[in-house]
Ligand binder design. Structure first.
Ligand SMILES: [Fe+2]
Length: 408
């Protein structure tokens, strides 16, 4: 008997294996957020230009992350979901201290008795760009390898796993009697450590494990769901290279054959829902990008409903995002010499970009098309990229902040 108890304890310690679903209820509430890109303050606080440099970045409010997390964690404690899912890019650039800092913040959620489950994104493990920003120069910081990742986030998903893939950071959670969630590692590194690419793929071994898990879930008459960092399908006609997972049609066909109704992804930092086969790919925007939103999913045997919720902090996130867009886009407008014309073009691009990243551009098409810069862009041959980019955003027909699916 002693030997059996010892074996069970070893099993729980080593692999975090468990045989219990997370909930006994038929109805589930899930919260999903992505691309937190948490950067430990110690790594940039002495650098005078770091905050300014973020205004020329991609719009993430990196220096406001702790304030955003304060409000996010407070919301989670009020919502009391069965699970909080974070679909990768947890750290700024894979610094070990950033992962540890984020795990400490997430512990505030698990200490409140709420489950958290994470998977890595392309920035998180073996990242060659991991560095700190010192007073006069960059600083070397400790990088995170796959074993570190497992150890740091042991209590944020891996401890809840019913199955684990030994050659990646993928695992399976049984949510309740009806739903299993496959938390898939699309960063495709081996546990031996290998520097990562921005694009995502499943190794042959990960694909094999995915197939086995889908078959096992089916044999238990459960419905499989999947979360991964990279997208299952293209979300923008212009910008999809390195965002959509390699062999996405093959993966989507496999998921279709097991009636997966939706997957959760991130990576593009833009709130966007697209369908491939009969599967919805819900790409969550970055929690650090305006409108600082996360998704709430209510799920039962009849169907699911999804709705985003945005966070308010001391800084106006919409204004911040538009300013960064303008700072970045101005380089493309060198051919325009008239200042008023230039500002009109920047205004429309920044506004459209903000709505697009928020997932609401379909509701604001009239407003965008009535802005003076819209007509300028469309009659100016030199602004071909702006024309194409605007068109690729205005193609959206419905909001990406909401979705409901009825299961047949
Ligand atoms: Fe990201």
């Amino acid at each position: 008997m002693k030997k059996i108890i010892y074996f069970i304890l070893i099993c729980l310690f080593l692999s975090g294996c468990t045989s219990q679903p997370l909930s006994k209820n038929d109805k589930l509430k899930l919260i999903v957020a992505s691309d937190l890109h948490y950067f430990l303050k110690d790594y940039y606080q002495d650098c005078e230009w770091f905050e300014e440099s973020m205004l020329y970045g991609d719009g993430k409010m990196v220096t406001y992350a702790d304030e955003i997390l304060d409000v996010f964690i407070s919301d989670i404690k009020k919502e009391k979901p069965d699970l909080v899912i974070l679909t990768g890019d947890l750290s700024f650039n894979g610094e070990k201290g950033s992962h540890q800092g984020l795990a400490n913040r997430l512990k505030e959620i698990t200490d409140a008795g709420i489950n958290v489950a994470v998977i890595p994104g392309n920035h998180d493990v073996d990242n060659i760009f991991a560095k700190g920003y010192g007073k006069d120069d960059y600083m070397d910081v400790e990088k995170t390898n796959a074993d570190d990742f497992l150890s740091i986030y042991h209590d944020m998903g891996y401890n809840l796993a019913i199955e684990r893939h030994s050659e990646s950071l993928s695992y399976r959670l049984d949510l309740n009697q009806q739903f299993s969630l496959l938390m898939m590692d699309s960063t495709a590194h081996q546990l031996t450590g290998q520097e990562l690419d921005v694009g995502g793929f499943f190794t042959d071994s990960t694909m094999k494990w995915l197939g086995e898990q889908l078959e096992n879930i089916k044999s238990q008459n459960k419905t499989p769901l999947m979360a991964l960092h990279h997208n299952l399908t293209d979300h923008n006609d212009l910008l999809n290279k390195n965002y959509t997972i390699k062999d996405h049609q093959k993966i989507a066909d496999l998921l279709q054959s097991y009636q997966v109704p939706f997957v959760l992804s991130g990576h593009i930092h833009c709130q966007n829902i697209k369908k491939i086969n009969d599967i919805y790919d819900i790409a969550s925007s970055s929690l650090l990008d305006a409108p600082l939103q996360y998704g709430i999913i209510e799920l039962d045997t009849q169907g699911m409903s999804y709705q985003t919720q945005s966070l308010k902090i001391s800084k106006d996130a919409d204004e911040y995002f538009e300013q960064v867009t303008k700072n970045r886009f101005i380089e493309r407008l060198e051919s325009i010499t008239d200042q008023n014309t230039k500002e009109s073009v920047l205004d429309v691009i920044a506004r459209a970009n903000r709505y697009y990243f928020a997932g609401t551009i379909s509701e604001h098409k009239d407003e965008i098309m009535k802005m003076p810069g819209y007509a300028i862009i469309n009659k100016e041959d030199k602004l071909k990229f702006s024309q194409e980019y605007l068109a690729s955003m205005l193609i959206e027909e419905v909001t990406s902040q909401k979705l409901s699916i009825k299961f047949s």
